[in-house]
Design a protein around this ligand. Sequence first.
Ligand code: NAD
Length: 480
Amino acid sequence: METFYMYINGKWVQSTNTNVIDVINPSNGEKIAIIPRGTQEDVDSAVKAAKSAFHKEDWRKVKAFERGEILFAIADKIKAHRDELAELESLDVGKPLSQAYADVDAAVRYFRFYGGAADKLMGDTIPIEDGVLDYVVHEPVGVTAHIIPWNYPLQIISRSVAAALATGNTVVVKSAEDTPMTAMRLTEFFDELRLPAGVFNHVTGYGHEAGAALASHPLINHVTFTGSVNTGISVGEAAMANVVPSTLELGGKSPNIVFADCDVESALEGVIQSIIQNAGQTCSAGSRLLVEESFKQVFVERIVKRFNSLTIGPGIQDKDIGPILNEKQFRHIMRMIELAKEEGDILTGGNPVTVKDYERGFYMHPTVIDGIDRDSRLAQEEIFGPVLTVFTFKDIEEALELANSTDYGLVTGIWTKNINTAHYLASRIDSGQIFINNYGAGGGVQMPFGGYKKSGFGREKGWAALYNYTVMKNVAVKYS
Ligand code: NAD
């Protein structure tokens, strides 16, 4: 069992109140670490350290390409510790080991992508008149806050922290209280690089304490939050009270729209993988299957058959489906399944699973729900488990209406060989990302990612994210 500290102003520190939080391995319910329960005072120290570092010459004078080299060095360290980090992520989140490896590889790519971008974010000149030079520069915003959810901790820290450092900001991370392990290891890598004190800070603790203190701190200049809608709203409000911008990456109820003319094998695999990945505890999970009515029976039978053959077990054994994060999350899923029993039909699953020697983990059979109302809670709310709800459509307009029928708009999959159908839907669906005949191509490091509607606003990943962490300044010079 490990004891961790927070990292503030280049030093490892305990919380001011010395209270701790237990970190539990979801696969077997055992305690694997303790982290400090950070307080408002701890957050205040971290933000002040980041503010002071931002204004000091030893960070300002680091050249753009040198910032890139720092990020490359972090990427190299992550890569060198690939096995260790994947095992740690699998242990901490419960996700199957091969998926944890994919997360580690994505983290490497984020640091490389933004390392390469560090000296390439160009400004502009604007034609005004003879004797006037007008130029636009992208300056760093200052202190950036990064509030991280429990489901993809290493990837999500990497994507926003790398973009913020590439553009010359300083950083305060608040990791997820349930899954801080890889964030801690990443912090050790930053410590080994001996960056100027205060450039990178990491506080741990509960959301309503450390998280809320960070989001509302008056010295923060930008907040990146990834998590649930309600928390996102309160984080956004706290930032707005200081007139500070936020990037909110929130939940989803993403549809896979399957037409009868699709390539059946790839659609089947796409639909299944998108809902079982990380046991469905994924913001972009394909949790709604919208299938053409004439094709429903054949397709859904195939899904049920595959669901029944999937293996379930601890993350480290790399089965198809790992445990649910904790009892609270598990009970939430089971309550939704009880509702499904009353309101619709469960075609397979719906039951807890006991895994021998891992009895304290919260495992469940992947579940397919049919026959529910389009306006029901099951159809509208994030379940956040390996639970797929099925709806049918008669024609393209009904498919479109169904796709847009929730408050969310994060990701959409469209499966058809008809190019007109695919592009028509892509142009009409309110969704931050649309995948045609695939779901999540290439891991998405380079593609802007974010929500329509209550899935959030602002974009992470890709080049677009660099603008979250910069502010435009226009300079007009009159000369003679
Ligand atoms: P959560 O909202 O409970 O917590 C997210 C983070 O916010 C945690 O670090 C938590 O400690 C902190 N927090 C909680 N209350 C806070 C407050 N009042 N002020 C400031 N911070 C606070 O979310 P979660 O349960 O960790 O993650 C699951 C949710 O995240 C799901 O809804 C999922 O869809 C969403 N998510 C979205 C994305 C995306 O990129 N769009 C990615 C992953 C997860």
